[in-house]
Structure formats: C-alpha cells, structure tokens
Ligand binder design. Structure first.
Ligand SMILES: C[S@@+](CC[C@H](N)C(=O)[O-])C[C@H]1O[C@@H](n2cnc3c(N)ncnc32)[C@H](O)[C@@H]1O
Length: 238
C-alpha cells in the first residue's frame, strides 16, 4: 500500500514545480541562516520603535534587501487553487520578491486566460523573479512593476479598469506596515467577490491590527482567518 503524503501534491507542472521546489529549499536555508540576526533586529526595533516589526528600520531593510522571504508552498498552492476556482483574470501580487509565489499565480492565470501584476521595490529581486518565471515556463503570464507600489500600482490599476478588468484576486505578502496602504489602493478596483489573501496574520497579529480591523469590521469585506503556519486571512470584497 502506498504511503499517504501529509499534504496534497503541488498543483504545478513538472517544469514549474522543479523551479519552485528549488526556491522553497533555498528560502528555508536562508530563513534558518538569518534567524539569529532577525531576532536581533526585532529586539532593536522593539527598543527603538515600540514595535517588533523590524522591516521598517534602516538596518532591518538593509538585511532584507536580498532575502526571499517566500510564502509556504501550501499557501501558494491554495492561492493557485482559489485563482482557478474564481476564474481570476486580473491577479495582483503585493510583494513579489524572487517570484516564488508568482510562479503559482502565473500558472493559475495560464489556465484562466489572465495576467498577474506583481509589485516589487528592489530592482535586483525583479530581475531574479523574471528569470525565475521564464525558467518555470510562465513568464508570459506575469508582469512585475518595479519600485514602490504606492507609485507604480495606481496608474496600472486605472489602465486595467479602463479596459474593463477589475481585480479578481490579490496576494498580500509584503512588509506589514505596507499592507493597509496597499489594500486602500486596491479596494476601489476590486470586483464584488474578489478575494484578498494576506499572509502571516496570526504570527503578526499585533502589527496587522489596522489591516485586520479594515477587513473584519469596515463592512466592505467578509473575512475568515485560517490558522496554521502563521495564519492567513482570506477576505472577500462585498
Ligand atoms: C514577503 S516578501 C514577498 C515574497 C513573495 N510573495 C514570495 O512568496 O516569494 C515582500 C516583498 O515586498 C517588497 N516590498 C516591501 N515594500 C514594498 C513597497 N513599498 N513596494 C513594492 N515592494 C515592496 C520587499 O522588497 C519584499 O521583497
């Protein structure tokens, strides 16, 4: 009798899965290697700013400049499945980094006839993500906006809106202080029923307080929290 795997198999084809699995392994090694410096940065941030979030401090930003900080494979697979189930055509990724999650989203819109709009501040990460997506065979299904999303995203969303393409799905996977500003930019462009998946809302609950208040209590969204691996919040635009 064959042994049952703990989790469902990857939804990616062989070519994309090989690239994604290699990057997931690289990400795990990077996370292990930076655990102690990350803790040091968190303590420094708490002392200096009163918050554990160290992504906004100068030394924290410097340390993160070349780090992947990629989403877990099971969460990426869930996003892939949700995009396909919703027949999502316009997918926005808030925080692309080296493009690990983007592989899953781009593979989904290849099936739905859509496009992923990625956003990434660091030009070096964008170049790496573009190589990753090409290697995975999904490069033509994603474009990545380079720079601060507060500047790059609004004009692109307006263009899409003018083409009759509201946003169907969002993966929110960014330094926490940027999550609410990104959501406010996106909200007028979300179609009713659009899904916004936000990563690590349980492990980062204190720092996500304003974001969570918005999706849980404003009346604009119906929201559920899925525990496990830091938790995710799935919010549907009403
Ligand atoms: C958690 S990582 C994204 C990981 C990616 N989703 C994955 O699973 O591979 C967050 C990324 O957001 C980027 N970022 C942070 N602030 C940004 C901003 N204002 N505009 C665009 N990108 C930003 C960071 O450079 C970082 O690479």
């Amino acid at each position: 009798m064959s042994k049952t795997q703990k989790t469902a198999p990857s939804p990616l084809d062989d070519r994309a899965r090989e690239v994604a699995d290699r990057l997931h392994r690289q990400n795990r090694r990077q996370l292990l290697g930076s655990a102690v410096p990350a803790l040091r940065e968190a303590v420094k941030a708490k002392v200096g700013t009163g918050q554990w979030d160290w992504t906004a401090t100068a030394s924290g930003k410097e340390m993160l400049q070349d780090k992947m900080v990629a989403i877990d494979p099971e969460k990426a697979a869930l996003c892939h499945l949700l995009c396909r189930s919703a027949a999502a055509r316009t997918v926005v990724e808030i925080g692309t980094s080296y493009g690990v999650s983007t592989i899953y989203l781009a593979a989904a819109v290849r099936e739905t006839g859509g496009l992923v709009i990625g956003t990434e501040h660091e030009a070096g990460k964008v170049a790496a993500a573009e190589r990753t997506l090409a290697e995975a065979g999904v490069g033509e299904y994603a474009e990545i906006l380079t720079g601060d999303l507060r500047e790059t995203l609004p004009p692109r969303l307006t263009e899409l809106e003018q083409q009759g393409r509201p946003v169907d799905f969002v993966l929110m996977d960014i330094w926490i202080p940027m999550a609410l500003p990104a959501l406010e930019i996106l909200t007028p462009h979300l179609r009713p029923g659009a899904l916004v998946v936000c990563d690590n809302v349980i492990s980062g609950a204190t720092d996500y307080a304003d974001y969570l208040e918005r999706v849980r209590s404003s009346g604009d969204f119906l929201s559920v929290t899925v525990p496990g691996q830091g938790g995710i919040e799935i919010s549907m635009k009403l």
